[in-house]
Structure formats: C-alpha cells, structure tokens
Write a protein that binds this ligand. Structure first.
Ligand SMILES: *[C@@H]1O[C@H](CO)[C@@H](O)[C@H](O)[C@H]1NC(C)=O
Ligand SMILES: *[C@@H]1O[C@H](CO)[C@@H](O)[C@H](O)[C@H]1NC(C)=O
Ligand SMILES: *[C@@H]1O[C@H](CO)[C@@H](O)[C@H](O)[C@H]1NC(C)=O
Ligand SMILES: *[C@@H]1O[C@H](CO)[C@@H](O)[C@H](O)[C@H]1NC(C)=O
Length: 380
C-alpha cells in the first residue's frame, strides 16, 4: 500500500500537467520574471551600497584573457611571443618533449628552420645575417643562447630583437656546452612549426642565399650530423668502458658540434635520460663531450637518418687545438673558391660538390669585405 500511495500522486500530477500545460508554463515564466526582478533589485542595491561592482570588474579582467588562451587551437600553433619564460631546464625539456600522435596537422603548417646561435654575447656579423634573412619571414625562427649576463641591444627592427632565450654559462668541451645546445633545441621545439634545427655561432656565416639553404635542408633525406668512427687516441681512445652497456666501443662516434637535425632527432636529444648520465659521468676532458655525445647517441638511435657529415665548413689546416679564424684581409673571391671547390661529398646518396652551407670562424673585421662580396659570391 505505501508503494501504491507513493505512485498515485505522481500519476495524477502527470495527468494534470498534461492538461494544464499552458497554465503551468505561464506560472513558471511568471516566477522566473519575479526572480529576475528580485535579483536585479538586490544587485543594484548591493552595488550602490557596498561597491561590489569593483570586485566584479576585477574578476572579468582576470578571466577574459584566460578563456581566450585556453579555447582555441592557436594556443598550440602560435609560437610563444616572449622567449623569456621562467621554466627550469627540467620543466622546459618536459614541455618540449610533448609530441602529437596524429601526424596530419589540422592547420596549414609551413615548416621553418630554427637558426640557433650559441654565442658569448655580441653578434658582430649580424648585418650579414640580417641581409640573409630579409624577405623570408615565416620560414625561419632565430634563437640566441648567450652568457647569462649579456643583454642584447638589437634594434627593434632587427631579426635578432627579443630572440635571446634564458641562458646559463657554457664551457667548451664540458657537459654545460651540451646543456646549452639542448636548451636551444628545447626552446626552439616550443614552436610547432620549427622542423629543422641548425646550431651556429657568432663567427659563422651562410655560404648561400636563404632560398638555396632552405631547399637543400628541406629536400635532404638525412640530418647533417658529423659522426665518424675514429680508431685513434682522440676518437676511440676517449671511450670509457664504464659506458657499457648503454654505449659500446663500436658505437662510439666523434664529430663536429655544429649540426643540422630534424624535429624527430631534436626531440630525441631533449628527451634523452639514458645516455646523458653516462656521458656526464664518464666523458670529461680530455674526453670532449660536445664532440661525442650527440653523434654517438644519434648513431645508436637513428643511424639511418644521419648524413654523417657536418654542413659547416671549418679550417683545421693550420693545426692546433682551435680552427683558423679569418679576418678582413683573408676575404677574397679566391678564398671562397677554395671553400666551394675543396671537397666532394654525397647528398641524398648522390655525389655532390655542394657540401657546406655555412662556414666559420670569421672575425668582426671580416664583416665589411663579406658585405661587399656577398651579392656576387654568396648570392645575397
Ligand atoms: C571587463 O568587461 C568590461 C565590460 O565588458 C570591459 O569594458 C572591460 O574592458 C573588461 N576588462 C578587461 C580588463 O578586459
Ligand atoms: C615562474 O613565475 C611564476 C609567476 O610568474 C611563479 O609562480 C613560478 O614559481 C616561477 N617558476 C620558477 C621556476 O621560477
Ligand atoms: C652514417 O653512418 C651510419 C653508421 O654509423 C650508417 O648506418 C648510415 O647509413 C650512414 N649514413 C649515410 C647517409 O651513409
Ligand atoms: C670532385 O669531383 C670532380 C668531378 O668528379 C673532380 O673534378 C674534382 O677534382 C673533385 N674534387 C675533389 C676535391 O676531390
């Protein structure tokens, strides 16, 4: 019986509802109007007497930009407008290692080259680079890692303006140098449109115009990382048995620090936690870690993606611990002929005479002659 009692009113009320529907709707509407009116009166009263209005504006000012940021795809597609984030390396590397699993981009993605300048600070050859980049906006991004104390004073119209990333001291031949390179990669990875990553220094120059370099990189099947197996004391001689089993001696590689890699390899380098501790612990001077860590690790993980040669020309012919630096007096047609004709290599498994896209090292005094020769010899 209690059950029946419980059911009955429900049935009747449903029947009544059906009969009195228009009346019910009117009733509800009336109630709603009354509530609205009451609410408005209370609101106006509170605003007048307690100044709640101020609180309301503060809330909208903090919520509105947030909603704009969170809602659109833009948030993931637009490159960060300010490079000076305050993420630690650990936070940054984690963020940079996030990868979409759907390979088709749901927007028009124009792949860009990230030019990553590892510098002490000033960029004496900047005017040459400015000319190189002119007219190719949208196909490149620039990142500068300098000494932390350095404050770049680039004009607001310069391509280098606002392109410094949060930096730390990096010493040649030590792990802090690889840290700096990974930091550059991680910052550049935050821009989803960066597809190729080139490491350069303040003493590097481009040997061709932008269009040529862009297509050479774009059409290459391989990434340009110098990696060779040197059986001598400065190659295998620097290998430490403690690196096994992660790294065995036949995998040990040596190569120039100046690389060009694609996005996949860049993510590998930033995300690595397997090889890093081995190199950090067991490759200290006279094992120069920046000559071994990336070439060895990438050979282990992706040998078939490497061209095993660097695209940055350096002159070691004068001997010694450092490559030659060229000043104003060295720059001539003949000097560049020597660079362009000096070597044969393979490009996409075919013989090619175009082996180098960049060259180093050039002193500030080389700037003027370079600017004069560039239109004729370098094509920009
Ligand atoms: C808050 O909203 C008001 C009214 O829509 C608007 O005028 C004001 O600009 C907003 N505040 C901010 C900071 O966006
Ligand atoms: C970064 O800045 C935010 C506030 O702007 C702060 O809450 C956070 O702790 C900072 N993080 C680091 C690593 O300094
Ligand atoms: C580069 O060297 C690796 C071995 O270290 C080899 O597997 C790969 O095929 C080489 N790349 C090219 C383009 O020859
Ligand atoms: C490169 O190849 C060309 C044509 O095969 C040859 O004439 C030239 O001497 C070679 N240069 C070098 C430096 O080996």
């Amino acid at each position: 019986m209690p059950l029946e009692e419980g059911k009955d009113p429900a049935v009747t009320s449903r029947q009544n509802q059906a009969k009195n529907l228009p009346f019910r709707v009117l009733q509800l509407f009336g109630l709603f109007l009354a509530l609205c009116l009451a609410f408005s009166v209370v609101s106006i009263y509170t605003i007048r007497h307690f100044g709640i209005y101020n609180v309301v504006t503060t809330v909208n000012s903090s919520i509105v930009p947030c909603e704009e940021e969170l809602n659109g795809l833009e948030r993931w597609v637009k490159p960060p407008s300010n490079l000076l984030h305050n993420m630690s390396d650990k936070e940054l590397f984690w963020r940079a290692s996030l990868v979409p699993r759907i390979k088709m981009y749901p927007f028009k993605r124009v792949p860009k080259i990230a030019f990553m300048f590892l510098t002490k600070g000033p960029m004496p050859l900047a005017p040459l680079w400015e000319r190189f980049f002119k007219g190719y906006e949208g196909l490149y991004s620039i990142y500068i890692h300098s000494l932390p104390s350095f404050e770049g004073k680039f004009r607001s119209t310069s391509v280098f303006h606002g392109r410094q990333i949060p930096s730390q001291v990096a010493e040649w031949g030590k792990m802090s140098m690889c840290d700096a390179e990974r930091r550059l990669l991680a910052n550049a990875l935050l821009d989803i449109s960066n597809e190729w990553f080139i490491l350069l220094s303040e003493s590097c120059i481009p040997l061709y115009n932008f269009n040529f370099i862009y297509h050479y990189i774009k059409k290459s099947k391989y990434s340009f990382v110098g990696a060779f197996d040197d059986p001598g004391p400065f190659g295998r001689g620097r290998y430490n048995l403690n690196m096994a089993p992660e790294v065995i001696i036949t995998q040990w590689r040596k190569g120039s620090q100046w690389f060009e890699i694609n996005r996949k390899l860049a993510i590998n380098l930033v995300a690595d936690s397997t090889y890093y501790p081995k190199f950090e612990q067991f490759c200290k001077p006279a094992c120069y870690v920046d000559e071994h860590y990336f070439p060895t690790m990438l050979t282990i993980q992706a040998a078939d993606l490497l061209a095993n040669r660097s695209i940055t020309w350096v002159d070691w012919s004068r001997g010694g611990a450092h490559p030659a630096t060229f000043g104003g007096a060295d720059i001539s047609d003949g000097f560049f002929r020597r660079i362009f004709k000096g070597r044969n290599c393979t490009y996409n498994n075919r013989p090619s005479s175009v082996c180098y896209l960049f060259a180093r090292k050039f002193a500030p005094s080389a700037l003027e002659p370079l600017l004069n020769l560039a239109p004729k010899v370098l094509g920009f």
